[in-house]
Design a protein around this ligand. Structure first.
Ligand code: PNS
Length: 158
């Protein structure tokens, strides 16, 4: 039987505990979780793609059955390259739905083999986003408990 790979795509700038919660929820369902970091030349990120991939590998590899890669271009083409048919996205609240629904349907149109599966993170992370983490840190606020310790350290030092 072929390996069931969950591709979990995103910007992960930076990884927060809501993302980690989704990865952990995938593990009992899939053989492998492939976290796919988008290379987006248009956005001005807080961390480079290389830094994000390095942090993600550092944090996820001890968990096992997790892989981290970067990708550019269409997600569905990346899915073909890695032999995966399932995209996993986190759904925090109704406000995520429109955007996620559009992406899921467009991806399915572009590649009918691909299905998107939505997973809900723990309620305590339902308000958490990378954008808010960056904003709070830039204004001197405390995000401990919301991001992995290794990310917290990097946010403070770089
Ligand atoms: O964490 P994000 O920024 O919400 O993730 C968005 C992401 C990376 C999933 C999305 O922008 C994406 O898949 N980009 C790749 C380009 C692509 O395939 N675009 C068409 C999507 S319908």
């Amino acid at each position: 039987m072929s390996r069931r790979i969950a591709v979990y795509p995103g910007s992960f700038d930076p990884l927060h505990n809501g993302h980690l919660d989704i990865v952990e929820r995938c593990l009992p369902i899939f053989d492998e979780v492939l976290v796919a970091v988008l290379r987006n030349e248009e956005k001005k990120p807080r961390f480079s793609v290389e830094e994000r991939v390095e942090m993600l590998r550092d944090i996820l590899q001890p968990i096992g059955r997790c892989r981290v890669e970067s990708f550019s271009g269409l997600l569905v083409d990346f899915m073909d390259r890695v032999g995966a048919i399932t995209i996993v996205r986190g759904l925090r609240a109704l406000s995520d739905f429109d955007y996620e629904f559009q992406m899921a349907l467009m991806n399915r149109r572009l590649n009918p083999r691909v299905e998107t599966v939505f997973m809900m993170p723990k309620e305590e992370y339902s308000y958490l986003s990378s954008r808010l983490v960056k904003e709070v840190v830039s204004l001197g606020g405390d995000v401990s408990g919301l991001v992995p310790d290794k990310v917290l350290e990097r946010l403070k030092t770089s």
